[in-house]
Design a protein around this ligand. Structure first.
Ligand SMILES: Nc1ncnc2c1ncn2[C@@H]1O[C@H](COP(=O)(O)OP(=O)(O)OP(=O)(O)O)[C@@H](O)[C@H]1O
Ligand SMILES: [Mg+2]
Length: 301
């Protein structure tokens, strides 16, 4: 059976030319259904770039991305938009809630864009908020909630339509350790219910919750190991020291490029531009709009 996610020899080069940044450097990776994966690495190692690829928010410079066995580069913009809206729930470090909407309205909003009926979206939004333990905070605005509660609203928004894949980029980056563990417990529950959960983090404690831990350094995967035995934080630090160059300087990567049939560089068929992002908003992808730079207050004007 094909993997849910199959990335082959993927490169992402920003600013090609003299000042180019090779944010992903021949990354190959398979993720199966119902895996719980942490992608860990230092700041600037390429984690968010990889998440943008996994979430079909950006296109690689070269390489292949097969989602459910289909080549993503061959899909139309509408098909990609459908995938983002129906298959993937995005969670971001900054919550990206709309500050003048209540918790309920924030969860409901993407469902409105998706054309879900009032009755159905009321049910879905309430159910999602109940799932993250916020049934008593439905009418609260973000400013009336703690950071952990705001992130739970963002999770409720991400899971309201039961996407099979949850992609979280530093979901606990702005939270204290207690709230972080609450968020991770929710993600664990989503995994136990059968979702595929991919969490991007630079925090070993957070990564320790996952069943598989992938390290990325300078755009390359330097280790990929199972965490079935629920490793402690110390075990993970040891694992990192033993298997990757993450905490060492001036050391060659131990990663070996797998043999691949695909050697040609593939030109992306679609380059996103600012206009496309506007199009995406109209076309209901609010997360894409919100994650592209501006803060949430600017979004509400
Ligand atoms: N739009 C862009 N244009 C140019 N360079 C970029 C762009 N986005 C990211 N980069 C560069 O690509 C590299 C990888 O960035 P990325 O955001 O993926 O890192 P990260 O691992 O998510 O870091 P952090 O932990 O700080 O979020 C960095 O060197 C970054 O400066
Ligand atoms: Mg990042």
């Amino acid at each position: 059976m094909a993997s849910l996610i199959e990335i082959r020899n993927m490169c992402k080069i920003y600013n090609p030319g003299e000042n180019e940044v090779r944010a992903l450097d021949h990354v190959s990776l398979s993720i199966g259904e119902n895996e719980f994966v942490a992608i860990i690495g230092h700041s600037g190692s390429g984690k968010s770039t990889l998440m943008n690829m996994l979430g079909c928010l950006d296109v690689p410079t070269s390489g292949i991305y097969l989602l459910h066995g289909s080549d993503v580069s061959l899909l139309s913009d509408d098909e990609l938009s459908d995938i983002r809206n129906q298959e993937i729930g995005f969670i971001f470090q900054g919550f990206n809630l709309i500050s003048n909407l209540t918790a309920f309205e924030n969860v409901e909003l993407p469902l409105i864009y998706r054309g879900v009926s009032k009755r159905e979206r009321t049910h879905l939004a309430k159910e999602a908020l109940r799932k993250v333990g916020l049934e008593n905070r439905m009418t609260h605005k973000p400013s009336e909630m703690s950071g952990g509660q705001q992130q739970r609203v963002a999770i409720a928004r991400a899971i309201a339509q039961a996407p099979p894949v949850i992609l979280a980029d530093e979901p606990t980056g702005n939270l204290d350790s207690h709230s972080s563990q609450e968020i991770m417990n929710i993600l664990k529950t989503l995994h136990a219910e059968g979702r595929t959960v991919i969490v991007i983090t630079h925090d070993n404690d957070i990564a320790a919750n996952a069943k598989r831990i992938i390290h990325i350094e300078d755009g390359r995967i330097t280790s990929d190991s199972s965490n079935e035995g629920n490793l402690s934080r110390e075990d993970i630090a040891e694992e990192i020291r033993g298997n990757s160059t993450m905490y060492e300087s001036n050391t060659e990567s131990t990663y070996e490029e797998p043999e691949l049939n695909q050697t040609e560089e593939i030109e992306p068929t679609y380059e996103p531009s600012a206009d496309d992002y506007d199009l995406e908003i109209n076309d209901n992808n609010i997360d894409l709009h919100l994650m592209n730079g501006e803060n949430q207050n600017e979004q509400e004007e």
